[in-house]
Design a protein around this ligand. Sequence first.
Ligand code: NDP
Ligand code: 2IT
Length: 444
Amino acid sequence: MSYIDKVMADVAARNAGQPEFMQAVGEVLTTIKAVAESDDVYKNNAILERLTEPDRQIMFRVPWTDDNGNMRVNRGYRIQFNNAIGPYKGGLRLHPSVNLSIIKFLGFEQIFKNSLTGLPIGGGKGGSDFDPKGKSDREIRDFCQSFMTELYRHIGADTDVPAGDIGVGAREIGYMFGQYKRLKNVYEGVLTGKGLTYGGSLARKEATGYGLVYIVQNMLEKVGDGIKGKTVAVSGAGNVAIYAAQKATELGGKVVTMSDSTGWIYDPKGVDLDVVKDIKEVKRGRISEYADRVKSAEYHSSETSKVWSVKCDIALPCATQNELDVDDAKTLIKNKVKAVGEGANMPSTTEAINAFQAAKTLFMPAKAANAGGVAVSALEMSQNSQRLSWSFDEVDAKLKGIMKGIFDKTSDAAAQFSAPDDYVSGANIAGFLKVAQAMIAQGV
Ligand code: NDP
Ligand code: 2IT
């Protein structure tokens, strides 16, 4: 049995009932085979065994009270996966679907993504199965304070620095930061994505979406093309989706779709982002309201179809894992999609990725494509340590440079170890090599 096959079998045996985690491990191990089995140094140092076992898995009870005075209980998680190249770094997700498998897949992916940024950050992830939808501000604050009342003892500016993810934005980060400060009596950059009045970085809110579009632009430029004049399908209507749509529009693309978990809109005139921001960022409402407000738009329920049925040149899945399956991939390919960039984490199923690659569709995987968010989080950490803050343009210029650096590393590794346009292998291999070298050097 090959080294990779043995590790896969061991990981599967030890992590029964964790399909998302196995999917993420399977993709990485399969695509780094050429490198990981080319030199016995990885096997002799048990690098793959160590990489697939988190340093620490923390699970805890989060009691909180609802507006009727009832005590409620959720489960909190923080997976500190790997700190070979820097403090654990990664978001917190609040969504009813959250479980150990999902947090572990996200933490595992974060190791390679963070490595690709070139910045000193390790991999971690956390969250809870708490559902923020329909909760009052008071309920959200009570939950966040209770969550941090346990989490604070495990994190710190040089230990583990959480941030936002699904269901966690500036409001939640603010409540958590306030509680951390009360408990530790230390004012430090322990969370990123903070508000601009208390240590947040300009351009962090925009970073994931902007970074996604910058790297898709890099990928298109390599084949003599660009975003200008392209029709773009975006899924999701949250932080990543909104700012990806904004940058794609700024660069001359026309974004015609957005979605949430109940449905999606098609606006052939190009989505009006002021309306989407008002619905999602201000009113915390449903995307269906867009079609009530904008005459040119149609609304469709997610029970009958998805945004991927719309003809587009560029597809940007920005909602959640496994939202784009092989049938969606086939539809996009039939409609002559040119490029796919993953804004969400693991949004395409393995079969969908295989279909895109077989059809020679340009495909930029999540670890490279959505790394702009965590990269600007690392820049927020730098600004907090320096006790300085940089201008929007300064941060945006650094983000653009970081995304170009990720594209070059990914593209070079693809050409050296796989095929020139196999960015899935390229991103995994480039991310892996740096972390593996650091682990070997440190002996742990
Ligand atoms: P938000 O909470 O801001 O938005 C999430 C969007 O996705 C919403 O429109 C939501 O719809 C939809 N969505 C969430 N879960 C599901 C589901 N199970 N089925 C269908 N739709 C769903 O999150 P973000 O924009 O921050 O995150 C989106 C993705 O990007 C995630 O995969 C996240 O891990 C990834 N990501 C985020 C980064 C960041 O900086 N925020 C950085 C890198 C990656 P609804 O409101 O109906 O739930
Ligand atoms: O998936 C991700 O990279 C994030 N949710 C952002 C993590 C961060 O620390 O900014």
